[in-house]
Design a protein around this ligand. Structure first.
Ligand SMILES: Cc1ncc(COP(=O)(O)O)c(C=O)c1O
Length: 464
């Protein structure tokens, strides 16, 4: 698949020679400043007191402390980020999968300059520029690489909104069916409807139930046959218990917040086929997985293209989206929003997609899989060297995790905090066990960055 390098511009401003001059000056300045950020470093003592007070003000204003004592200085370099106290961290969580080209990336600056030259800050239902068209076309082109029949793309501002739209499309097309099937441990977002679906009771405390949801047991590598058969059995029981009442099967192909559990092609294929046989639509949530496995979409990685009725994505693309086939096009004004995304988000998203493709991230031996194997081998070595302190690794592609110590939340957060102090950012995932996960930016992470991360992990393990 080939792209033209720049989205269309109709206006003259972007072609004004002064714009190009300003662009090169800005890029030159960025290069100079980002090149100073080359390794993890501790805070600058002179900045610590001011930074602490800013964090306290932020906690007060937002009604709670931030998870990490993190306010960025606005500068970084690839996966390295400088904080307001002058410290530099190796950011292997990137806003939970958002900054796919790392921090202070020149292509992002250039795309943001293009956006700043536009007449509007936000795109939306009554205000598209050509970047919206390009984003929709590129996402659809990616999605059809192996034959999935996805024809339309609806942009939105969050993964939750993309999932809301996916469920609306499914219910609308399968009315009056109103139940959803998903997998234990799943996470779909934080709207009221999605709180009913997300398998975390604590995330819906006091929130009224908005959807009828049925759960299938998740695939587990310790018992591939048993867990696959268990899921099939449960699915068949549900279909008997609630005949014709399910509109869709909603799936994460690698459980993200749930703890980095990938399924297998056999597990997913069987469940999707049974659902299709019962006229139940299949929705793949790719909000966290998109661009992180051997293909742009995880459904392509697992060879599930023929089941992709509706697909949602977000995070790394900066703008979120719901893709669906022609036959599911709503009859009536079901889908609409004032804002689909900021112009800068859409243009930066386009630059991310272009970069990911050009930098060979995809393919069985593409960067994502190569980096995974490298990171995996290092973590496996730690699992042997430090028995009882680290188990795993788990995950797929550029979604990788391990379980620290006894797998309790307390041990995982203790290690997470230690890693942060030493300069590495990850995050927790799952419960029973709680794991530490990493989402290194696929477009810019090198083996040297993985070495840097592993050195910090080893120091933390020694102190555990
Ligand atoms: C798989 C999955 N779906 C949906 C969402 C919700 O996305 P957002 O936070 O942008 O609403 C997330 C967020 O982490 C996610 O991981």
């Amino acid at each position: 698949m080939s792209y033209e390098t720049q989205p269309l511009h109709y206006g003259d401003l972007v072609r004004d020679p002064r714009v190009e001059k300003a662009r090169s000056l800005l890029l030159e300045a960025l290069e100079l400043h980002r090149s100073k950020i080359t390794e993890v470093r501790p805070p600058n003592p002179g900045l610590v007191a001011g930074y602490k007070s800013e964090l306290e003000r932020l906690a007060k204003a937002r009604g709670g402390a931030t998870y990490f004592p993190y306010i960025s200085s606005g500068m970084g370099n690839g996966p390295l980020i400088e904080l307001g106290d002058g410290s530099v961290k190796l950011d292997f969580i990137v806003g939970i999968g958002v900054h796919g080209m790392g921090h202070s990336n020149p292509q992002m600056l250039s795309a943001s300059i293009d956006a700043a030259l536009e007449d509007t800050v936000m795109q939306g239902n009554l205000q598209h520029d050509s970047a919206s068209l390009w984003m929709c076309e590129k996402l659809l082109a990616f999605s059809r690489l192996q034959g999935a029949k996805l024809d339309h793309c609806l942009l939105s501002t969050s993964g939750a909104m993309a999932n809301e739209n996916s469920l609306k499309i499914a219910f609308h097309n399968r009315a009056p069916a109103s139940r959803v099937i998903c997998i234990d441990n799943c996470f779909a977002g934080r709207s009221i409807a999605l709180a009913s679906l997300t398998d975390r009771p604590a995330y819906r405390t006091g929130v009224p139930k908005a959807l009828d949801v049925d759960y299938l047991p998740m695939f587990h590598p310790s018992d591939p046959q048993g867990t696959t058969q268990g899921a099939i059995r449960t699915l068949r029981q549900l279909l008997e218990r609630y005949p014709k009442q399910h509109a869709c099967l909603w799936l994460e192909l690698v459980a993200g917040e749930g703890g980095y559990y990938p399924g297998t092609p056999e597990y997913f294929e069987t469940l999707c086929q049974i659902c299709h046989d019962h006229n139940i639509l299949v929705i793949f949530d790719e909000v966290q997985t998109f661009s992180r496995l051997s293909r742009p979409f995880a459904f392509q990685h697992f060879g599930l293209d023929r089941f992709a009725d509706i697909v949602t994505l977000g995070k790394i693309t900066q703008v979120c989206a719901t893709l669906y086939g022609e036959t599911l096009k709503p009859k009536g004004p079901l889908l609409s929003q004032t804002f689909t995304a900021a112009t800068a988000a859409i243009r930066c998203g386009l630059a991310v997609l272009e970069h990911l493709e050009k930098s060979n991230c995809f393919g069985d031996d593409g960067w994502n899989m190569q980096r995974h194997r490298y990171f995996r081998s290092k973590l496996e070595a730690f699992a042997s060297k430090y028995p009882g302190k680290l188990s795993g690794p788990y995950g797929e592609g550029m979604m990788i995790a391990f379980t620290p110590g006894d797998g309790t939340y307390e041990t995982a957060t203790k290690m997470l905090v230690k890693l942060y102090e030493l300069g590495l950012m990850g995050f927790v995932a799952g419960s029973n066990p709680t794991r530490l996960r990493f989402l290194p930016p696929p477009g810019v992470t090198t083996n040297d960055h993985i070495d840097m991360a592993c050195k910090i992990i080893e120091t933390a393990l020694e102190s555990l």
